[in-house]
Design a binder for this molecule. Structure first.
Ligand SMILES: Nc1ncnc2c1ncn2[C@@H]1O[C@H](COP(=O)(O)OP(=O)(O)O)[C@@H](O)[C@H]1O
Ligand SMILES: O=C(O)[C@@H](O)C(=O)COP(=O)(O)O
Length: 419
């Protein structure tokens, strides 16, 4: 095993796993740190955690446990994968986890690279942009769990971490990998532990990948994965069969959407014109014991429609705010997550095999309730969203990050089935 990835949520994990596979690495994704011995044949292993918004101590403990396991498997380089929109709570888990991983590895320097230009996430002079808008002006300012109101990565990292942060801007990156590596050394010599790196196109990421070759720990979004995978090219064998094992089969399918992101709102609105759909009643989730049972029955009645039935909690910012004011942000999001967890479990028991899920946190609870230990990575439905197939059952999942995919995503995903 060459590369070990620690991802802070489930959609984030499938996102980077998809890019590693696309770039020739045989990749397996595991849900949490395995408790038993696993016989794995892979170039890269991605461990998905649910550590983006949990308490800091828990995020540190699970991340370091994942690192230890990956070290035991012989991994030589480690990648802490977080969101391309740097999603973190006000206290922040990205800084503390980065510090803990550096300490555990006995290293004193790493980079901070959330850029994912193919999905409109770019970094310019240390500021993060989403589709051309500053992060703090984008839909991310209204995120239900991790609202992002600052776009300066240097400021965010300084506020969350123990060390100081430097910047490698695009002018240096455009001079090539050698110049970037020298800048890393200069920043480290100033006593800084992290360098935020600019990147607003694929070429920047390729240069950064080359420059990061000798770093033991890399932190970032999935964009840098292609550059990192290329560094391992000479060690890789044929990997087409691994991609084949991740393909979904024609089977009963359901769409579950627990994301309130801007793109998911558009995708849900579009899909309601084509497929049976049911909007979740958050009040009923919180107060009515038999609510899940009634939604479950509705799904069963609609499984034979041309397009899979969709249950969604997805709401526009105004509606979401009203719900959060009435019931509390934490209580309502917890109730919605618990609802999807229970519903997914019941649907699996009744024979549904394909789950298309929107939302990172939502994907986390659904995957856990389905009891899947790990995945083979299949074809990409959209950049950063591959179909994945359970290693221990016939379940297939499409775990979509809130803002990924185009408006037809739910429909497009169902076009990948084979008999
Ligand atoms: N209508 C709603 N009311 C309250 N909370 C909601 C609602 N819809 C979704 N949520 C919560 O918002 C969070 C969305 O996060 P997530 O699933 O990670 O989506 P994304 O990928 O868009 O960030 C989840 O915790 C979910 O339960
Ligand atoms: O990097 C990204 O944007 C994604 O991989 C990701 O982490 C998305 O998280 P959610 O928006 O919570 O799905």
């Amino acid at each position: 095993m060459l590369l070990g990835v620690i991802a802070d949520d489930f959609t984030g994990a499938t996102d980077i796993a998809g890019f590693l596979v696309e770039n020739g690495m045989r990749t397996i994704q595991l849900n949490g740190v395995p408790e038993t011995e696993l016989d794995i044949e892979a170039d890269a292993v991605v461990i998905s955690l649910k550590s983006r918004s949990c308490p800091v101590d828990e995020a540190i403990d699970t991340s370091v446990a994942a690192l230890n396991w990956l070290q035991q498997q012989g991994c030589q380089q480690f990648y802490f994968k977080y969101c391309s929109t740097f999603d973190s709570t006000s206290e922040g888990n990205i800084g503390p986890v980065t510090d803990a991983l550096l300490d555990a590895l006995n290293e004193n320097f790493t980079i901070v690279c959330p850029a994912l230009p193919v999905n409109g996430r770019t970094v310019f002079n240390g500021h993060l942009f989403v589709m051309g808008e500053l992060l703090s002006d984008s839909g991310m300012r209204n995120h239900p769990v991790t609202p992002m109101t600052d776009s300066s990565l240097v400021r965010l990292m300084d506020a969350q971490s123990q060390g100081a942060t430097g910047l490698v801007n695009y002018q240096t990156i455009e001079q090539g990998a050698q110049a970037v590596t020298e800048q890393f050394t200069a920043i480290a010599q100033e006593g800084k532990r992290y360098a935020v790196v600019d990147a607003f196109n694929q070429l920047h990421l390729e240069t950064l990948g080359e420059a990061a070759k000798s770093l033991t720990l890399i932190t970032g979004g999935s964009g840098l994965a292609s550059g990192i995978a290329k560094n391992w090219a000479e060690h890789l064998s044929d990997q087409s069969s691994a991609k084949q094992s991740g393909k979904p089969q024609q089977a009963k399918t359901v769409v579950l959407s627990g994301s309130c992101s801007v793109m998911t709102n558009q995708q849900v609105a579009n899909y309601t014109t084509k497929a049976p759909h049911l909007a979740l009643d958050v009040k009923a989730c919180l107060e009515q014991d038999d609510y899940c049972e009634s939604v479950f029955q509705w799904v069963l009645e609609n499984l034979d429609a041309d397009f899979a039935p969709m249950v969604y909690a997805t709401a526009e910012p105004g509606v979401l705010k009203a719900i959060q004011t009435q019931y509390g942000a934490q209580a309502s999001s917890h109730a919605v997550e618990q609802f999807f967890s229970q519903l997914a479990h019941q649907l699996k028991e009744s024979g549904v095999q394909n789950f298309i899920v929107a939302g990172g946190e939502t994907s986390g609870v659904v995957t856990q309730s389905l009891g899947v230990k790990g995945f083979y990575i299949g074809p990409q439905i959209a950049p950063g969203v591959p179909w994945v197939k359970a290693i221990d059952s016939s379940l297939s999942l499409a775990l979509k990050s809130g803002n990924f995919g185009d408006v037809n995503f739910f429909e497009t995903a169902q076009g990948f089935y084979h008999d």
